[in-house]
Write a protein that binds this ligand. Sequence first.
Ligand code: ZN
Length: 371
Amino acid sequence: MFRRTAVFGVWIAIVLVAVPCLGLDGTPSDGHILEEALAHGQAFENLRHITDTIGARLTGSEELEHAAAFAIERFKAYGLSNVHREEWRLPSTWERGRCAVTVIEPNSRTLVAASMGWSLPTAPGGITARVINISAGTEKQLGALGLATRGKIGLLDLSGAGVDEFFNGIRSFPRRMADAGLVAVMAPSFKQDRLCDTGWVLGAEPVKVPFLSLAREDSQYITRLMAKGPVSLHIELGDRIGPDRMVPNIIADLPGRTRPDEYVVLGGHLDSWDLATGATDDGTGVMAVLEAARTLAALGLKPDRTIRFIMFTGEEQGFYGSLAYVKQHDKELDKIQAVFVMDTGAGRARGVNLQGRKDVARRRRRCWGPC
Ligand SMILES: [Zn+2]
């Protein structure tokens, strides 16, 4: 699955096809850029360092700080300019603790589950309660259940009505759960083979109820049991919520030759969730950004406009870092000529998502056409 072309695909493509747009001085052939990237590339070694050596890079964690320090050191070693941190405030930190979920009625069985990021812990010793199906947890669906949700564990069902409303209003979901009097909420995992989700875009404020991902197969098991009669669970979550913390975006520039105050931005995000090491989301993206910087600097290329390399943070919790960058640079936004962000994981690069910007489609075709 994980191939050399996967990591470099998008950025090498960008570097190659963007050459006419960027106005690189002393433009080398495409072959020169490819040769530098493929013969002397350090992306895999850098990716191994931030995943195998540093590990998961949850926003607000010490590991993310280690990764930020590594990125700064690498950008400087590669000869980039204006290498620095730009900090923004994370409302609260979160650290995963023990998660134990057990069926106690009608039988006894341990389930596979994981806390969702920024979940509240349960009280020490855990909670025991009956499970209720809350559909997609919309205002209307919860209203129809009335007082039946009080003191219950809510099991979401995101396969039917109300799913679009659920995701469109996901930031208000924790409040709705708390208002309904639920003592915990479980979401069936979108993954298979008893893998759990780790977090959705719920923000980095503590979720107002204990909230966990339940393995898809275990969720189906609970649903089958509920069709026959009452089901009670014991849930214990030991997650820890901490105070606010300043977290850095990492910036580095390849200065422009003739229009240095205009920018082309290449970005990815350095943070990851914590059950794995974020190799694909977004280790591949952010290390490809670093490799693009290394390749262009190593060849001594001087673009017309400044190429700004940005490693955002807090993206998995809801775009905290990129939104902070927009606020911190609001006076420069008109100077940004293009933004390329890689956050789609590994795999063969098959295109570019314009994020709804149909107005740039023609320019993109002109810029990305055959050189
Ligand atoms: Zn991502």
